[in-house]
Design a protein around this ligand. Structure first.
Ligand SMILES: [Ca+2]
Ligand SMILES: [Ca+2]
Ligand SMILES: [Fe+2]
Length: 355
């Protein structure tokens, strides 16, 4: 409807989205998923939560544009967006747009770069987005990633994996070597379909021929994306150093999340907040700050803690927010698929949010 739209939000799904406009024009404002430096600032950016300085970051759209009939807009997981069907350019009737998500290609570079902030948002805490990239991040290694981060263990594992799969003996892994190791042989292929999370709900509805085609596509998607995930130098080869970095990075993120989950049984908000604060200080000092004495993330955490630990209601609210996000009960997230959950928004309110 003219005057309708959505308040700023990050959708819940773990795939990139295409929004196609059939009739009418829609104005979009967008902003990359904000940095989240510690679990005490865990955020899901559900509808309108970012407005009015209610969160640790402000709504500062990077750009604004209009999508008209026959046009579409494609954006990755986590892009904050706000839409508005401006009555000034649309008569008072109904307009049609449609959105859907892509299963492939997967957004492995985005996930590697954003896995830290995603892990402290609904994408890692209540949605399976990080679970979906585990097979890439670990190169199908099993377990051993929730324990204390240990770079020498990550290096030993990287060396073992490269040695195991390096068929041409150049000391690095390419797409064909990963395909050769994980996508040949029925048992390997089934395991990759399972752990690579390629068993989409619509898969079973396909004919056997189509299923075979999709399986082959999945094998190629995985092999290519696994290289992409780890290949920081962009030469289409994964070196031992690159793989060490990828495995260690994943280890840090998993350990940090499991530490936070291990506090879930603590009843007292004060005890919980102190534990959480201590754990986050340790994580930031050890793994996120080149120099703990001059580290913006630690400074921010300290400011946040100073403000929050003074107030019992603030500690209780914080504990309940983080626990709810971990229990997949974050009810603030839109459940509809980018429908017009902001129906008939008044222009005044829209203007107010534009500050
Ligand atoms: Ca090789
Ligand atoms: Ca490389
Ligand atoms: Fe949306």
């Amino acid at each position: 409807m003219a005057g309708g739209g959505t308040f700023t939000h990050a959708d819940a799904y773990c795939e990139s989205t295409i929004s196609m406009q059939f009739r009418g024009t829609k104005r979009w404002r967008i902003q990359a998923f904000p940095e989240i430096r510690h679990y005490l600032n865990a955020s899901s950016f559900g509808d309108e939560q970012i407005y009015g300085e209610q969160q640790h970051v402000s709504w500062m759209p990077e750009t604004e544009f209009t999508v008209g009939p026959g046009q579409c807009f494609i954006f990755p997981t986590g892009y904050l967006h706000e839409t508005f069907v401006d009555p000034k350019s649309n008569d008072a009737e109904c307009y049609t747009a449609s959105t859907f998500q892509f299963n492939h290609p997967r957004q492995v570079n985005l996930y590697r770069s954003f896995s830290s902030r995603f892990s402290m948002s609904h994408y890692g805490m209540s949605e399976p987005c990080l679970k979906n990239i585990e097979s890439y991040a670990t190169l199908m290694s099993k377990g051993r990633f929730e324990g204390k981060p240990d770079e020498s263990r990550a290096r030993a594992e990287a060396e073992r994996l490269v040695k195991l799969m390096d068929r041409n003996g150049d000391g690095q892994l390419n797409k064909d070597e990963l395909y050769g190791h994980f996508a040949t042989g029925e048992k390997q292929r089934q395991e990759l379909m399972e752990r690579g999370r390629f068993k989409y709900s619509w898969f079973r509805q396909q004919t056997p021929e189509r299923q075979a085609e999709l399986e082959e596509e999945s094998m190629n998607v995985w092999s290519e994306d696994a290289v992409q995930y780890h290949d920081l130098g962009r030469d289409k080869l994964v070196s031992v150093d690159e793989l060490t970095y990828g495995l260690f990075h994943w280890n840090v993120i998993q350990y940090r999340a499991s530490t936070m989950r291990s506090h879930a049984e603590i009843q007292s908000p004060k005890k919980w907040a102190k534990k959480a604060l201590k754990a986050e200080q340790d994580m930031l000092a050890k793994f996120y700050c080149a120099d703990p004495a001059a580290c913006p993330a630690l400074d921010e955490l300290k400011r946040f803690a100073d403000a929050t630990l003074q107030s019992k209601p603030a500690m209780a609210a914080l504990q309940s927010k983080v626990l709810r996000m971990m229990e997949s009960e974050d009810l603030s997230m839109p459940t509809s698929r980018d429908s017009n959950h902001r129906s008939q928004l008044s222009t005044t309110k829209q203007q107010q949010t534009k500050k």
